[in-house]
Design a protein around this ligand. Structure first.
Ligand code: AQP
Length: 334
């Protein structure tokens, strides 16, 4: 029996991934790759919507791929590739953009937020059509499920609308994908500002735990994480966002339930709790970091793995794109 298809990706927008990417995405991908025919992409074309230094973008792309593998995504089991290695992404995005309403794209809240933040002059057309490229990513692979954070849910809804619109107009061509929304307990917040999502592009480094950082530095950041003056290790997202965030990280990395961790640290101070968490983080990150750095030591081999995975992705993507071109009436090259 063929396995259902899964598609997900991350932008190569930093030298290292942060612990939110690890808990919210990579750990789940690692589990899901067993039951699904999974496609995991490093979405470098999406990253072009931010200013980039070319040499740095290349390096970040390799580093992101290395961290996928080091975290347990197996390139022999899942298809792990770089988005720009498969030109069909950009080609299908163009076709889908002709089916997307201007107003429809303008309602995307991520675009509204980002364009407001950057200002009109720094907002590109690429940022506006970002969700259309994301729809192309997903639809090319006849995807059944898309694991995403809730901030991406609207983009998957647009993807579904575009698939249904195309199918309605030209006959069934695309599978209509389902979003699988990350649990609230998989969302990680900034250690210094625990009501803001931890992010690769955070303004300050102090609240971000980087997968590739020196372990001693990560331990120090845990010890300095913002908590509160109550002193009890208890989950209460509203009144104790700092401690709750640390509990979520602890539980996610150990596979334990939050109440059992609360019990363990009952009557002990935040110092003990943070020390325990720092050990958990260091133990989890250490092998991932070592493996990623090993892979990055041999970029030619990493590039070979990415190339053979891209060939696998390309075979699927070309078939879908060929069907699309036929349906919409593009003349095939003889
Ligand atoms: N704080 C987080 N908690 C849980 N999950 C998170 N993800 C990101 N931050 C957290 C998940 O990681 C994947 C990364 O997707 P992306 O690189 O396309 O962009 P993003 O979601 O915008 O991630 P960042 O780290 O905040 O990057 P920048 O700063 O570049 O925008 C997604 O699956 C996301 O849910």
């Amino acid at each position: 029996m063929t396995k259902p298809r899964l598609y997900s990706g991350m932008q190569p927008s930093a030298d290292s991934l942060q612990i939110g990417n690890y808990i919210g995405a990579l750990m789940q991908w690692r589990d899901l790759q067993e039951a699904y025919d999974a496609f995991f992409s490093v979405v470098d074309l999406h990253a072009l919507t931010q200013p980039n230094d070319p040499a740095e973008l290349r390096e970040k792309t390799r580093r992101t791929a290395a961290q996928y593998i080091a975290a347990g995504i197996e390139p022999s089991k899942s298809t792990l590739y770089v988005q720009s290695h498969v030109p069909a992404h950009a080609e299908l995005a163009w076709v889908l953009s002709t089916l997307t309403g201007f107003g429809e794209a303008g309602r995307m809240t991520q675009f509204k937020d980002k364009s407001q933040r950057y200002g009109q002059d720094a907002t590109s057309v690429g940022l506006f059509t970002y969700p259309v490229l994301m729809a192309a990513d997903i639809l090319l692979y006849q995807t059944d499920i898309v694991p995403v954070g809730d901030d991406q849910k609207q983009h998957v809804e647009l993807t579904r609308d575009l698939a249904e619109r195309f199918n309605g107009r030209y006959g069934t061509t695309f599978r209509v994908p389902m979003p699988v929304i990350q649990q609230d307990t998989a969302r990680i917040y900034d250690l210094q500002n625990p009501t803001a999502k931890m992010s690769k592009s955070a303004e300050s480094d102090a609240g971000v735990l980087w997968l590739l950082d020196d372990p001693a530095k990560s331990a120090k950041k845990v010890m300095r994480a913002v908590t509160d003056s109550e002193g009890s290790v208890r989950y209460d997202r509203e009144n104790k966002p700092g401690v709750s965030n640390l509990l979520v990280i602890y539980a996610a990395l150990t596979g334990r339930q939050i109440p059992s961790i609360e019990d363990e640290y009952a009557g002990r101070g935040y110092g003990d709790f943070k020390k325990g968490l720092a050990d958990v983080v260091v133990n989890e990150f250490e092998p991932v970091r070592t493996r990623a750095l090993e892979l990055l030591d041999d970029p030619a081999e990493l590039d070979r793995v990415l190339a053979s995975n891209a060939a696998r992705a390309e075979a699927v993507a070309r078939t879908t794109l060929g069907d699309v071109y036929d349906r919409i009436g593009l003349l095939r090259r003889a």
